[in-house]
Design a protein around this ligand. Sequence first.
Ligand SMILES: C[S@@+](CC[C@H](N)C(=O)[O-])C[C@H]1O[C@@H](n2cnc3c(N)ncnc32)[C@H](O)[C@@H]1O
Length: 192
Amino acid sequence: MAVDDKIKWDKKYSENSDLLSPREPSMAVVKNYKECSGNRALDLACGAGRNSLFLEENGFEVDAVDISKLALDTLNGRSKYNKINTILADLDEFDLGEERYDFIVKCNFLDRDLIKRAKKALKIGGIMVVETYIEDEENEKMNSNSNFLLKEDELLDIFKSGFEILEYKTFWNESFEKYRMKKASIVVKRLA
Ligand SMILES: C[S@@+](CC[C@H](N)C(=O)[O-])C[C@H]1O[C@@H](n2cnc3c(N)ncnc32)[C@H](O)[C@@H]1O
């Protein structure tokens, strides 16, 4: 397990409990979850699970993976239908399998290798939402590590073959977030 990430995130959540407050799900998830035919979902780096909880309420069985026990305990306390399987794991190493999920969501967490593995874990015809921060000179958190920021249009490039792009947009992040940062969001369907 990436011990540094685990310590960092558990500390961050214990010192800023507002980060675990209930939050609205991603608009891209809300708008597009009905596009997929099955009900098996994966929420990568789920945190307190705003997207997992929405998917559970809408009939999905969700594997929700995160490295923070504090976040997963919070999510377990909010799950109403016993349809969320929380998994404490390091996503650098976690095996996502192949053609396993109908819907995959990865929000506010950038790991380019993980996107590659998530593409394979999606069933043919499955839907994936990737949404995270991008480079912009007006970002409030200027010292963000650029490894954790997408380049403008990078998501379009990542999904240019084998996927149909259902939606792509950039926007200024949700008001509940601490810093004003630009984000990109893509919704794709796996074709082959
Ligand atoms: C900014 S939060 C995003 C939470 C959620 N996806 C959302 O959009 O509300 C990033 C999450 O990534 C998790 N994380 C960081 N490194 C990780 C790793 N190596 N493996 C699994 N989860 C990790 C953190 O614990 C944290 O909950």
